[in-house]
Design a protein around this ligand. Sequence first.
Ligand SMILES: [Zn+2]
Length: 279
Amino acid sequence: MVHPLAPPDFDSVELINEVVAERQGGVNAAYFTGRAQEWAERVQGYVHGGGSPAEVPVWPEIEDRKTTFIGLYTHPAEDSAQGAVLDALRAHRLTFCPACGEMGKPNTLDHFLPKRKYPHFAIVPHNLFPMCDACQGKKLEKTGDEDAPKFFIHPYFDRFTSPRVVKLAIDPPYDTPTFTIGPSEDLLEHERTLVAVHLRELAIEVRFTHFFREEYIRLLRLMQDARDGGQNCAALLALFRGHANSISPNSWQHIFYDSVLNNPDLVDYLATADLPELL
Ligand SMILES: [Zn+2]
């Protein structure tokens, strides 16, 4: 699930100043020079406001030139200041999507505040982070609505009082259980609200139901093998959970095994019941 990231090692305001300086002598020199100060202030405001759409305003005065701003992202000139930053952001070494926890290298950069609505943040490093295709397909241009002004967790800015933000419930019958995910009860109320809307807007429960079911089938086989070999099921489960926790407390495998171990009825079922052969 959600993995916080260290903020990018770039000064977003300084980058704006460099980009404006590089425009000098070009056709857009006067335009960017005239907006340089406000642009830098708005980027500063983004960083101070943690990128929240509830706090960071749009910039209607640049609407007629938004393709110019977006072009800095989509077609950076060779050796441009922002081109080097974008290359560095794309060269990350993540092995999971920070928004949903899907394993594999997330191969796109997401604009936390979408570039068509906020073109002045199109090249801002603090507005860009790796994301998987499935999350991008769900997030699209969404930012929030009246009920929830902020839909998504910002991996650079949002921090929670509990390292585990999501809870998985595995409910009986244990031969064919149901899986439900929701915000962790360890979180504060406003944190739970944000996690809940993030889960909903990225359709995370639906997308990961298949994973839970396959993981559960694998668990039944492992527990049967453990019992056949005279091993202690609970001890083995704790070992699996510890391994998953070493990846991240918010890795789906850790959430899965944590859910199993916090459910005494399920642990008892795994240790003593006639386990079905699920396919
Ligand atoms: Zn994702």
